[in-house]
Design a protein around this ligand. Structure first.
Ligand code: FES
Ligand SMILES: [Fe+2]
Length: 404
C-alpha cells in the first residue's frame, strides 16, 4: 500500500512530481492482459457483476425540471430501456419502460412531459409514481391485483443533480456510500450554475474500458499537438496528484508553468479568464483538491463508466455505455458557468471549439487499439506511472468480476 503524500518524480521533468492524495494499493507494475477487453465471457461477467451491481449515471435532474417531465434511456448492457420521471411529489423515479401487461413501451419518445402513462396497446394507465391506476375491462381478468402490476422500478437517487440508477431495487449500498470519497471530493462545485453548451455522441467499435482508457490519462498530449499548440511537449500536461476512492479514481493535471499562451488564446482570454484557462478555477470548490498552483483540470472517473472532469469555470461529462464486448456508445456533455458578458461568451465559444477538436483527436485511436487487441497480436498493454488510472481500472474491474 502506498501512503498519501508519497511522491513520484520523473527525470524528464525535474520541476514536476506526482503525489498520492489517498492510499494507493499495490497494483503491480507489469503489463496488463488484453483478455478483459477482448473476451466475450469476461464481458458477460461484467454485465452481471458490474453493471447490475453498480450505480450508473443516466442524466441530470435539470433535464426534467417539472412534474411529469421524463426521459428514456436505452441501456443495452442491461438489456432494458428505462424511463426516468419526476413525480407529483417532486421525487425522481426510474422504471423499466415496459408495460406489465404484455410488454409494450410506455414512453415511446426520448423525452417529454406527461400527466401519467397510458399504454398505447390496450390502455392500461399508470401514474407518474408507476402505480397501475386503470385497466380497461378489468373484470375480464381473473384475480387481477392492480397493486402488484405497477411499473417495474430500478433504484434511483441523485448527487449534485446527477441522476443515478441501480438495477437492484434495494441495492446493498446506497448512492452516497457508493460514491464515498469521490463524491465528497467534488461536493460544492457549482454544477447548478452551469449551462450545457454542447453535446456529442458516437458509437465506437471498441470495448468500453478501451474507451475509458483513452480519456483517463493525460500522458497522450502528443495526440493533441494540433488542437492544443504546445501539447507535443510531454511536460505540458502531467498529473500532479492521484486519488483513488474505492472503485473511483481522479487525477489533477498541471499546465507546464512556463507554457506561453498562443496568440489565439491571448485574444480569447483578453476580457475574461474563465474557460479553458489554466488558473481560472483554482478557488472553485470541488476542483483542484491538492491546491496545485499550476493546476489545469481534474479527471474524475466514477466507476464504472461515468466521467465528470472539472476545470476553471467548466466541467464535462462522458458516459461509456457498453453495447457488446467491442462496441460502445459514447456520450459527452460540456457545461460552463453562465457567460454574462461578450468577453465571457468569446471565451466560452473558444473553449467549446478547443474541446470539440481535442475530442475528435481522442476518437481517432480507440478502434485501432481494439483491432490490435482483437487480432491477438497485441496481448498486453504496457502501462507507465502516468497512466496509473488505467492500471486501477483493470484492477478494480477484476475485483468486481470475481466477486461472489
Ligand atoms: S401491453 Fe400495455 S396495456 Fe397491453
Ligand atoms: Fe485527449
Amino acid at each position: 500500500m502506498n501512503a498519501p503524500g508519497k511522491k513520484l518524480s520523473f527525470p524528464f521533468s525535474p520541476t514536476h512530481d506526482m503525489e498520492y492524495g489517498t492510499e494507493v494499493p499495490d497494483m503491480g507494475t507489469g503489463p496488463i492482459s488484453t483478455e478483459p477487453v477482448v473476451s466475450s465471457d469476461y464481458f458477460e461477467r461484467e454485465r452481471e457483476k458490474i453493471f447490475k451491481r453498480a450505480w450508473l449515471q443516466v442524466g441530470r435532474s435539470d433535464e426534467i425540471p417539472e412534474t411529469g417531465d421524463y426521459f428514456t434511456r436505452q441501456l443495452v448492457v442491461l438489456n432494458t430501456n428505462i424511463m426516468v420521471v419526476r413525480g407529483k411529489d417532486n421525487v425522481i423515479r426510474a422504471f423499466h419502460n415496459m408495460c406489465p401487461h404484455r410488454g409494450m413501451a410506455l414512453a415511446t419518445e426520448p423525452c417529454g412531459s406527461a400527466k401519467g402513462f397510458a399504454c398505447e396497446f390496450h390502455g392500461w394507465a399508470f401514474g407518474l409514481d408507476g402505480v397501475l391506476n386503470y385497466v380497461p375491462a378489468e373484470e375480464s381478468f381473473t384475480n387481477l391485483d392492480k397493486s402488484k402490476l405497477g411499473l417495474r422500478p430500478l433504484a434511483c437517487d441523485s448527487w449534485n443533480g446527477f441522476i443515478f440508477v441501480h438495477w437492484e431495487t434495494e441495492p446493498e449500498q446506497g448512492l452516497k456510500a457508493f460514491l464515498g470519497g469521490m463524491g465528497e471530493q467534488i461536493d460544492g462545485f457549482p454544477f447548478d450554475q452551469c449551462t450545457k453548451i454542447a453535446h456529442y455522441s458516437a458509437t465506437v467499435k471498441a470495448n468500453w474500458k478501451v474507451c475509458v482508457d483513452a480519456f483517463q490519462e493525460a500522458y497522450h498530449g502528443h495526440l493533441h499537438r494540433t488542437s492544443i499548440p504546445g501539447a507535443g511537449d510531454p511536460e505540458l500536461v502531467l498529473p500532479t496528484s492521484v486519488r483513488l476512492h474505492g472503485p473511483h479514481r481522479s487525477i489533477s493535471s498541471w499546465m507546464k508553468p512556463d507554457m506561453q499562451p498562443t496568440p489565439a488564446e491571448l485574444t480569447a482570454y483578453m476580457h475574461c479568464p474563465v474557460g479553458f484557462a489554466k488558473d481560472a478555477g483554482q478557488k472553485i470548490p470541488g476542483s483542484n483538491p491538492n491546491n496545485d498552483e499550476n493546476w489545469w483540470f481534474d479527471i474524475n472517473v466514477f466507476f464504472p463508466n461515468f466521467f465528470c472532469d472539472i476545470g476553471g469555470g467548466w466541467y464535462f461529462t462522458y458516459n461509456f455505455w457498453p453495447i457488446s464486448v467491442n462496441e460502445t456508445q459514447w456520450n459527452m456533455n460540456i457545461y460552463q458557468l453562465e457567460g454574462t458578458s461578450a468577453g465571457e461568451r468569446i471565451v466560452q465559444e473558444f473553449t467549446r471549439i478547443v474541446m470539440r477538436d481535442t475530442v475528435y483527436e481522442d476518437m481517432s485511436t480507440m478502434e485501432f487499439s481494439q483491432k490490435a487487441f482483437d487480432s491477438g497480436v497485441i496481448t498486453e498493454q504496457v502501462i507507465g506511472d502516468l497512466e496509473i488510472l488505467l492500471r486501477h481500472q483493470y484492477w478494480v474491474t477484476d475485483q468486481w468480476v470475481n466477486k461472489a
